[in-house]
Design a protein around this ligand. Structure first.
Ligand code: ADP
Length: 325
């Protein structure tokens, strides 16, 4: 006979070393693990959303071992579930480095999705240069109630929360790891009531802040933005690797600033080369979501705070299909 009272401590001990990313408690204490016993069999259910594949494997092994060691146990079945957190699904828009148009893509993707009927919000998590308040003409400090921020409505119809709204314009912020992590969490755990999808404009690069943010908030998928030239692509590969490590699926690659049409003579030139991101996507076996040209209109509209998402429609459709929306 299994002693039912022996099960919870054994489960807790097995999961002690693995912290729940959202509460900091052990997984068992955070209520993400439970076990029930029928005759000589124990069924353990562990909610592993937000954990990486290596952690999942080690959880499965540890729980198997710990519960099998209890007297009277003939069989242990461990079920790992990736139950989605309540609230909107996150789509990370990321790039290996800055200046490739990640923020421009994130804003226009959000607006294009909103115009297609998706209830979408935009989170500007770019700690190094939060540009969304200017892009969407929403340089307003957000209000808060119940200790949570209220997203700021924008003319483009996409509510926004940005680190840029939390500091004075032009003020440099030296975000350190944990401080940046907390600030980013506040943007995501906000009053996004009714939003189905949050487009998250990620900080460029692949540092610790990015990784912990991805692990903690577990995006449903990631869109990688790159310019066509080799250097940006090498960085994009690093960004892809970061998401792979965290077990986040890559929705696909976007090639931005691909081809420049001279407004005077109409000739198309390729200042950053052509087709690099598409070739990279094929090489890595990832979907290629489309090519956005380098145009004066895109730059002007961004600077004026009146983005026109027309060039981003095809990319938005690809993301919508991926989301099944
Ligand atoms: P990132 O977020 O990668 O740092 P941004 O989105 O801020 O890059 O873009 C950098 C600059 O390039 C901005 O001035 C933006 O308006 C401009 N830009 C981005 N994409 C395009 C494009 N396709 N055509 C013209 N200008 C662009």
């Amino acid at each position: 006979m299994i002693d039912p009272l022996a099960i919870p401590p054994a489960l807790s001990a097995a999961l002690d070393s693995i912290a729940d990313p959202s509460s900091g408690l052990g997984l068992a204490q955070a209520g993400r693990a439970s076990a029930r016993q029928v005759d000589a069999t124990i069924d353990a259910v562990i909610e592993v959303g937000g954990l990486d594949p290596a952690q999942r494997d080690s959880i499965e092994r540890q729980v198997q071992e710990a519960l099998s060691a209890l007297p009277g146990v003939k069989q242990v079945r461990v079920l790992l579930t990736a139950e989605r957190k309540q609230g909107p699904r996150l789509i990370a828009v990321a790039s290996g480095k800055g200046g490739v148009g990640k923020s421009t893509v994130a804003a226009n993707l959000a607006i294009a999705l909103a115009r297609k009927g998706v209830k979408v919000g935009l989170v500007d998590a770019d700690i190094y240069g939060p540009s969304q308040p200017r892009l969407l003409d929403a340089q307003v400090q957000p209000e808060a109630y119940d200790k949570k921020l209220v997203p700021v409505p924008t003319k483009a119809g996409v509510p926004l929360l940005s680190l840029g709204q939390l500091v004075k314009p032009g003020q440099a912020v030296a975000w350190r790891g944990p401080m940046a992590g907390n600030a980013l969490s506040q943007l995501i755990d906000a009053h996004w009531d009714g939003a189905e999808i949050l487009i998250v404009d990620m900080p460029p690069g692949t540092g610790d802040v990015q990784l912990s943010m991805i692990q903690k908030h577990k995006p449903a998928g990631a869109v990688i933005v790159s310019t066509p030239q080799d250097l940006a692509l090498i960085d994009a590969e690093r960004a892809i690797d970061l998401f792979n490590k965290a077990g986040v699926p890559i929705i696909g690659l976007i090639e931005n600033m691909a081809g420049y049409q001279c407004p005077k003579c109409g000739e198309i030139s390729d200042p950053f080369g052509q087709g690099g991101a598409e070739a990279e996507a094929h090489k890595l076996g990832l979907p290629f979501l489309g090519r956005i040209p380098l145009t004066i209109e895109i730059r002007r509209a961004s600077d004026a705070g009146t983005p026109d998402p027309a060039p981003f429609e095809a990319v938005a459709d690809a993301v919508r299909i991926w989301l099944n929306r």
